[in-house]
Design a binder for this molecule. Structure first.
Ligand SMILES: NC(=O)c1ccc[n+]([C@@H]2O[C@H](COP(=O)([O-])OP(=O)(O)OC[C@H]3O[C@@H](n4cnc5c(N)ncnc54)[C@H](OP(=O)(O)O)[C@@H]3O)[C@@H](O)[C@H]2O)c1
Length: 258
């Protein structure tokens, strides 16, 4: 796909994986609408992206809570009014938490479901009629390498099983959408060095060195956008070559969790 002039929405792009993807796509000539809750952080990121973007591209930051339907409607409407449409949707905004299930607050379960599952599904539902009309579009979704672990990791049961459900939804959606020329991709990253994993409190310096940088995930996104028009990169996993943990169980300081 020639990315020049393509219109992109990226959620969760004020930092971490989403921000790295936004920079790469802006460098490649895309108009980029980035979303996250904290407007101040978004504004800073917009300035940084603009300093690296190809000439003439539009970069917009819109404060959005993806767990809120009205915010998602405003986000998709902004892409239509400012760019004239959406060619690529990168669903990436996510939160993580770790609890033994019997200790997990009900509000935390709801927040995970509304952000990491419904946030993705609803935004796809809002942009997909437009993609169907155009008979083209790419929807790339940050799922998780933890969905490759069966049963899902202890104390990550809610987070990981929602990601498993998301992965199943996306695979099914592809079969509905492929005749319209719409590509649906799940990216399954291993453990990446971002603020999300920065909350883990048992990582030694040696283990930290084994974390992937967001660049490994950016490469997957660029690959997904580069495959021939008649092929869909349905699922792409990029996993740590040297895993920091011998078991998929990670101690976690819940006090720091959002
Ligand atoms: N890091 C990893 O090891 C890893 C591994 C597998 C999968 N993933 C997935 O990759 C995605 C990105 O993770 P990351 O590591 O880059 O996390 P991160 O560094 O914590 O960044 C998360 C981004 O999402 C935004 N966000 C969080 N909740 C939001 C909400 N309700 N509405 C809108 N934006 C929201 C944050 O900004 P605000 O706080 O300002 O809203 C931030 O921009 C997540 O879906 C995560 O599950 C990460």
């Amino acid at each position: 796909m020639d990315l020049k002039g393509k219109n992109v929405i990226i959620t969760g792009a004020s930092r971490g994986i989403g921000k790295s993807i936004a920079i790469k796509l802006a460098e490649s000539g895309c108009n980029v609408l980035i979303a996250a809750r904290n407007q101040e952080a978004l504004d800073k990121t917009v300035v940084e992206i603009k300093s690296k973007a190809a000439a003439g591209v539009k970069i917009i930051g819109l404060s959005t809570d993806v767990s809120n339907l009205e915010d998602l409607k405003r986000l998709s409407e902004t892409a239509f009014s400012e760019f004239g449409g959406v060619d690529i949707l990168i669903n990436n905004a996510g939160v993580s938490s770790q609890y033994p299930f019997d200790k997990q607050p009900l509000e935390d379960i709801e927040n995970l479901a509304h952000t990491n599952f419904l946030g993705y599904v609803r935004l796809i539902r809002l942009v997909i009629p437009h993609m169907i009309e155009k008979k083209s579009g790419s929807i790339i979704n940050m799922v998780s390498g933890s969905t490759l672990v069966d049963p899902v990791p202890k104390t990550f049961v809610t987070y990981s099983s929602l990601k498993v459900g998301l992965r199943a939804f996306l695979k099914g959606l592809f079969w509905e959408m492929r005749d319209y020329g719409i590509k649906i991709t799940s990216i399954l990253p291993g453990v990446v060095d971002t603020e999300l994993t920065g909350k883990l409190n048992n990582i030694t310096e040696e283990q930290k060195e084994r974390l992937m940088t967001p660049d490994a995930v950016v490469d997957m996104v660029m690959f997904a956008l580069s495959v021939p028009q008649n092929a869909c990169p349905l699922e792409l996993a990029v996993i740590n070559q040297q895993t920091p943990w011998i078991k998929p169980v990670i101690d976690y300081d819940q006090k720091q969790a959002r």
